[in-house]
Design a binder for this molecule. Sequence first.
Ligand code: C2E
Ligand code: CA
Ligand code: CA
Ligand code: CA
Length: 279
Amino acid sequence: AKKAGRNNYQIYTQELNEALTERVTMEYRLRLAIENGELLLHYQPKVDFATGLISGAEALIRWQTPEGELIPPVKFIHIAEETGLIESIGEWVLIEACKKAKELKEKMGRPIPIAVNVSPRQFKQPNLAQTIKNTLELTNLDPDCLELEITESTLIDDAAKFIQTLHALKTIGIKLAIDDFGTGYSSLAYLKDFPIDRLKIDKAFVSNLENDPANTAILKAIIVLGQSLGMKVIAEGVETRFQHDYLQSIGCDELQGYYFSKPIPAIEFEALLQNQLSK
Ligand code: C2E
Ligand code: CA
Ligand code: CA
Ligand code: CA
């Protein structure tokens, strides 16, 4: 038993070392990627059910390596979060998205609000509101053309502070959304205290629609809840005609998902908008 225990220990430390090495390597590569400008944003349209028109987009980060590999955020955002690199990445995302929103408004002659994901660590930065004000000034963007997507899990340790930060952000005039709604720490008790413009229903409820009818009850409840609190409700991860039609029939305000478009490079997003103009 003693021998087996020792072996287990060796296996354990070896795995731990490998995990650690991978993490340190990734952190190092990510630092270089930031310096070398290898990060970019893709944009996924949000579509208004009532008009069928694009109402805005979500900015989603990608890492394009010099070798041509496109690394998705699941591979590096958590490392950025753990190491604090997320703070500089977050600032870059914010500037890039605001520049794009400014450019789009000028080109299209109407506001095309861009939503940016804010990680828990970024949300807790004491100077977040100031950083956002500075970025809006720098890019000369109207505040209502910027939206922040915040996940429910961000509020876990300090709800009072969370609400205070939301109000500080709201004062600037930007839009706020709760992302992945329905999966996190239940915020039902707090929802009425949130100065929130949009609820984003997590894609898990949408993707299981066909095989788990119980989700219809949840979807309907979230839509009624959000709308009665004066919020717009958007469903993400909409992939099929069935999901689209069902969500429309129960009064969902907006949709986002492969059914309409994947996240795409800025130039393709612009083409989609132009195409809509000419119709
Ligand atoms: P999220 O904010 O919940 O973003 C939605 C994810 O669902 C995106 O994955 C998007 O590409 C994907 N998606 C969109 N439509 C569909 C669909 O119809 N079906 C399916 N199966 N998936 C769909 P992505 O781009 O890989 O991003 C993953 C997560 O990474 C995001 O989840 C967000 O939490 C994080 N992330 C992305 N960009 C940023 C960023 O700039 N900053 C921070 N802090 N986090 C980011
Ligand atoms: Ca999001
Ligand atoms: Ca989401
Ligand atoms: Ca998510």
